[in-house]
Design a protein around this ligand. Sequence first.
Ligand code: WQD
Length: 348
Amino acid sequence: MKSKNTIIVTGGAGYIGSHTIIELLETTGFNVVSIDNFSNSSAKTFERIEKITGRKITNYEVDLCSKNNVEKIFEIEKNIAGVIHFAAYKSVGESVLNPYKYYHNNISSLLNVLECCLKSNIPNFIFSSSCSVYGNISQLPVKEDTPFGKAESPYAYTKQAGEEIIKDYTTAFNQLQAIALRYFNPVGAHISGLIGESPINKANNLVPIITNTAIGKIEQMTVFGNDYPTRDGTCIRDYIHVTDIAAAHIKAMMYLINSQNKSNYSIFNLGTGTGVSVLEAISAFEKISGQKLKYTIGSKRPGDVIAIYSDTAKSENELGWKPKFTLEEMMETAWKWELEQINPIPTS
Ligand code: WQD
């Protein structure tokens, strides 16, 4: 029998998926197969991954909510060592306005992929979770054993539910082991400037909005609230470079493959451990870009938590993972990617 040397990445053309594919190809011997229906991404991303890595990616353009179609992929693809499940909707604000979209997509796709893992006897599963599972929390930094807080948005609730579902699967089926990685706020772009956050849909996360404003796509940005109980009144987040997040997935997959895990289901925070306010993020961007950003103070955004940042001890000690990029480098690479949109580097 051939050794299991393929990793299935769902959402491979997405923001974190695409950066993780690059890390997988550049730092491991695995083949990568992606499943992405481009609902919030572009097929062009694969051309760019090819340009960076010199490797062609097989992608199945399939909606993960369609169980039959997903099953077909898992029947075709053999020798799968593990699945990294990124594909999901991720906008906090949109989920408050359109809960069905989030509950339907994020939960049914997860169930379909888990069922396929069981059917195909795939032992290793990694899930994109989020620090939003902690809710509004006063005890900072947050540790992995902090209980879930009240979900502040349907998006956050899909991540809490997703983790519970995976935990139940790993309890019921001993052949499956899993890790939930709780991302704090992934930002920045690949150092090549060739890939970054998708330009397909309207930006709604802070850093793309900052760079969109600086380039003039957005006339003026809004800071959502400045009377929070924080040092400057704006919300605090733990911004982390997307390439650091990508590298953590390789560590997590190897942790499972090398049986370093103490139980069938583990959780790790992926953050830097440093809280940064919205105004501090704006100021870091202004410093590296030399641009003065046009912004106004607006009302609070529904679903926002006040402040959150990560306790990094567990991911450092057990996964052996430590983020490398600084806030300035996060802003620099995000800005390079924004500039690349107006003056693209040819891919062939
Ligand atoms: C950051 C801060 C806004 C836009 C993200 C992801 C989510 C999850 C958790 C996982 C907030 C403020 C934003 C703007 C602003 N992580 N802001 N003006 O809500 O923390 O959620 O992290 O993977 O998937 O979406 O991130 O970037 O939207 O907001 O003032 O125009 O910036 O209020 O305080 P958020 P964000």
